[in-house]
Write a protein that binds this ligand. Structure first.
Ligand SMILES: N[C@@H](CCC(=O)N[C@@H](CS)C(=O)NCC(=O)O)C(=O)O
Length: 206
């Protein structure tokens, strides 16, 4: 059976939603990424991680999502099979994993960007994070105009990944109010049954 290692509200929400959509049995293991026991499993100390039966530990959210999409083609969560479709899915996964997710690092952990830690210095790093986040969110907001799917016209693994990255925007000083298309996308997927089940299982709201 598959086992997903997660921490509530993190990017691990994306593969969690995908597992719900796939509908095959799986186990959930809540972890603290810095826990020594978990570090033995995933030395990077990050979630998500996935084990499939006796497989080795798989990590990196986009690779885990791709693994699930490939393993369960009947769930139709991968690209549309065309070369262009494969490129589109890959480029949006790369944007989420390489641009959006890292833009939030200094927001969630400003101390990691400081040698001389202090409250004003942390606030300054957070201010810088708002600019980084704004840049990628504006790009996303433009792309989502009149769209319910990040890629193509049906759901793919990119949608729950985008949802997890957008959910964090609610924590910004102005929430999602500056990004109307992102906000609409968020409200749409917030009503999805698989999304709701995953959020409930993680004990997270909004
Ligand atoms: N490149 C990794 C990044 C994963 C990552 O940073 N996960 C965060 C949660 S969203 C984490 O586990 N952070 C714990 C830490 O950095 O200590 C991926 O895409 O899976």
């Amino acid at each position: 059976m598959m086992k997903l290692f997660y921490a509530p509200g993190t990017c691990a929400l994306a593969p969690h939603i995908v597992l719900e959509w796939i509908g095959q049995p799986y186990e959930l293991q809540k972890v603290k990424p810095s826990d020594p026991e978990y570090l033995r499993l995933n030395p990077l100390g990050q979630v998500p991680a996935l084990m499939d039966g006796n497989s080795s530990v798989m990590n990196q959210a986009d690779a885990v999502l791709k693994y699930l999409a490939h393993k369960y083609p009947e769930a139709q969560l991968n690209d549309d099979g065309t070369l262009e479709g494969a490129y589109e899915l890959d480029r949006w996964l790369a944007f989420l994993t390489g641009d959006v997710h890292p833009a939030f690092f200094p927001f969630f952990a400003p101390q990691r960007y400081l040698i001389d830690d202090s409250e004003p210095a942390r606030n300054s790093v957070k201010e810088a994070a708002y600019k980084l986040i704004d840049r990628v969110y504006r790009h996303l907001d433009q792309h989502l105009e009149n769209k319910e799917h990040l890629v193509g016209d049906r759901r793919t693994i990119a949608d729950p990944y985008a949802f997890a990255m957008i959910r964090w925007g609610n924590l910004l000083p102005n929430g999602l109010s500056n990004y109307p298309q992102i906000d609409r996308f968020y409200q749409h997927w917030r009503n999805d049954e698989g999304v709701q089940r995953a959020m409930q299982q993680q004990g997270i709201q909004k």
